[in-house]
Ligand binder design. Sequence first.
Ligand code: 13P
Length: 212
Amino acid sequence: MTSEEQVRANIVRLAKSLFDRGFSVGSAGNISCAVEDGILITPTNSSLGSPDADRISKISRDGRHISGDRPSKEVFLHRAFYESRPATGAVVHLHSTYCTALSCLADVDPNDCIPPLTPYVIMRVGQVPILPYVRPGDQKAGKLIDDLGGKYAAVLLANHGPVVAGRDLESAVFAAEELEETAKLLIVLRSMKLRYLTDAQVEELGTVFGKP
Ligand code: 13P
């Protein structure tokens, strides 16, 4: 197997895994992964539940369609992460239920919507801003991510869902899962009095495990 075939196989495996466990339904969500000569991204209107390795779209780093089916309309979100965070090797966009629920709440801090509830979300995801609403496929979403200057590994798109970057596909998927589970905890615990990790506990995580 060439390394690109390996990446295609990994996209298929992890896309299906996300779909099978309910992180994506219908044709929602898209996944991309950097390869030597461009970016592989799931095609528009395709389901993460039944990806076809040979039909995955390939685009150049500057967004030109090279091969495969027509790329996801959210290609701008993905490219913005590759461009603004050079360590990015893969990007996952989902409409996962609890992240999307959180992205619809009017009284959540748009600069930092995930308080330090548990260690793993700090270790894998870090601070998460909510970006203003734009319609799916609008290039403006790419600009909004670019404007963050690569500071965050994940964002929530208001009333839409999460976009999560990682150094490789597995890291991006693990982070997207961790973010979704944390959003679920926040929604489930919403009316309860919470105990958060302290600044010192958060700092210790950064020292021991590094920043996402
Ligand atoms: P695509 O089918 O174009 O990938 O779009 C799906 C989606 O998740 C829109 O936000």
